[in-house]
Design a protein around this ligand. Structure first.
Ligand SMILES: [Zn+2]
Length: 229
C-alpha cells in the first residue's frame, strides 16, 4: 500500500490553515476534499504527521477530522497501519448501493410529494438552484455535498426517520462522486433534479416517484463503466 505524502502535488501551493473560528471545520473540509478529488488516492495510508506539518496545525484537529471522516465512511482505521482512505466502490458495492437507493428513495419521494409544504418546497428549490451549472459550484466535493443535502431533504420530507437515517448512513454521494466526477455529470444531474423538484413541489406523487427512479437509474448508468470488478 502506498503512503500519502501531502504537498507532493505542487510545492508552491500554500495549504497552511489560519487559526480562527471554524478552523477545525476547515481542516476537515481540506482533508475531505483531498479524499474526494483523489489527491489522496483510495486505499492509501494517511499520515497524520505529514498533514499536520503541511497544514501547519497540531495533530489534534487532524485526528478529529479523521475520526469524523471515518463516521462518513471516507476513511477506515486499521490495526498497526492507522488511518487509510476508503477503497473506491467496486462493482458489487456499487450494485448494492443502488439497489438500496432504488428501494427507498422513490418511495420517500412519493411520500414527500404527498406531504409537501411551502417551506419544504422552498428548501428543495433553493438546493437544486444552487447546483445550477451557471453557478459554477466551486469544487466537486461541494457538488457532492449539495447533492447529498437535496436527497437528504427529500428523505426527511417523507416523515419516516428510519428511512432518512438508513439513507444517510450509506454516504452514497461521497462514494459516488469519488468514483467518477465530471462536469457532464453535474449538468445531467441538474436537469434530472429539476424534473424531480418540480414534481415534488407540485405535490405530484406519481411523478416524483418516477422522477426519482429515473434519476437513480441514470446515475447508476453513468457510473457503471468506472466501477472495477
Ligand atoms: Zn441527485
Amino acid at each position: 500500500m502506498a503512503s500519502h505524502l501531502p504537498g507532493g502535488a505542487d510545492p508552491s501551493e500554500n495549504r497552511r490553515v489560519q487559526r480562527s473560528q471554524g478552523f477545525a471545520e476547515e481542516v476537515l473540509n481540506i482533508i475531505r476534499s483531498d479524499i474526494m478529488s483523489l489527491r489522496i488516492p483510495p486505499d492509501t495510508r494517511i499520515s497524520i504527521d505529514h498533514l499536520a506539518r503541511e497544514l501547519g496545525v497540531s495533530q489534534t484537529p487532524i485526528r478529529e477530522a479523521l475520526s469524523m471522516l471515518e463516521a462518513m465512511g471516507l476513511v477506515t482505521k486499521r490495526h498497526y497501519i492507522g488511518y487509510c482512505s476508503a477503497p473506491q466502490l467496486n462493482r458489487k458495492r456499487l450494485d448494492e448501493l443502488y439497489e438500496m437507493r432504488q428501494l427507498l428513495e422513490p418511495y420517500a419521494a412519493r411520500r414527500t410529494a404527498q406531504r409537501m409544504t411551502p417551506e419544504m418546497a422552498e428548501t428543495l428549490r433553493r438546493l437544486s438552484g444552487t447546483m445550477e451549472p451557471k453557478n459554477e459550484v466551486e469544487s466537486y466535493d461541494q457538488f457532492a455535498q449539495l447533492d447529498a443535502e437535496l436527497h437528504d431533504a427529500i428523505a426527511a420530507g417523507s416523515g419516516n426517520d428510519i428511512i432518512q437515517e438508513s439513507l444517510s448512513r450509506l454516504h452514497a454521494h461521497f462514494h459516488i462522486f469519488r468514483l467518477r466526477f465530471h462536469s457532464e455529470v453535474t449538468r445531467e444531474a441538474y436537469l434530472e433534479h429539476e424534473r424531480l423538484v418540480n414534481a415534488l413541489t407540485s405535490g405530484d406523487a406519481d411523478g416524483a416517484e418516477q422522477a426519482m427512479r429515473d434519476h437513480i437509474q441514470k446515475s447508476y448508468d453513468r457510473l457503471l463503466p468506472f466501477a472495477r470488478d
